[in-house]
Design a protein around this ligand. Structure first.
Ligand code: AMP
Length: 201
């Protein structure tokens, strides 16, 4: 039997949530569902979806909720997500939380935990600026970076209150060494009784 864990990782851009998400998903044997990665892959391949969202991503704006939620619904309907998944970058506002909740409820499911990576804005900015020079992402311009952090504070941070009221948020200090942060997350999930794939039987 594989481990079952339905997780969401949230944090400002530059908090390291992409990297941590991959590590955590791997140890639980579940797929990462990253809306940002899905959009970027479509842009790279020049699909109709990619053409539709290129300008939106470049500006650092949000892709419309209905479109984004439809994409996530399709992705979560694939077989590898039947026993768990780690969402990265979705839901990003309270409207999307509503879409996800009703979709999961249809399947008799709900999220097990929301990992909130806490990183001060200054540190996020520093890490994003560094990534811009290393990876050359087209949405890592100073304007788009600032805009995305503003959107995070205005639209994404409120979803923590929604999930906090359900008692499933684990606030994790996202500063320090990569391994230390991973250990903090794993410990918090273990405290919720979420087992690792290796220890599942
Ligand atoms: P990310 O890789 O999560 O930082 O996402 C990169 C970009 O993709 C964002 O700045 C948005 O333009 C778009 N995007 C990713 N996830 C979402 C979402 N849940 N809702 C709307 N737009 C999104």
């Amino acid at each position: 039997m594989t481990a079952s864990a339905r997780l969401l990782i949230v944090g400002p851009q530059g908090s390291g949530k992409g990297t941590q998400g991959v590590r955590i998903a791997e140890s639980y044997g579940i797929p990462v569902v990253s809306t940002g990665d899905i959009f970027r892959a479509n842009i790279k391949e020049g699909t109709p979806l990619g053409q539709q969202v290129t300008a939106i991503l470049d500006k650092g704006d949000l892709v419309p909720d209905e479109l984004t939620s439809e994409i996530v619904r399709d992705r979560l309907s694939q077989e590898d997500a039947a026993h768990g998944f780690l969402l990265d970058g979705y839901p990003r506002n309270t409207a999307q939380v509503g879409h996800l909740e009703s979709f999961l409820a249809e399947r008799g499911e709900s999220l097990d935990a929301v990992i909130l990576l806490d990183v001060p804005r200054e540190e996020s900015l520093e890490r994003l600026t560094l990534r811009a020079t290393e990876q050359g992402r087209s949405d890592d311009t100073p304007e788009a970076i600032g805009h995305r952090l503003d959107i995070y504070e205005r639209e994404t941070a409120p979803i923590i209150e929604v999930y906090g009221a359900k008692g499933i948020v684990d606030r994790i200090d996202g500063t320090g060494a990569l391994d230390e942060v991973t250990e903090r997350i794993t410990a918090a999930l273990a405290a919720r009784g979420l087992r690792l794939a290796a220890s599942a039987s």
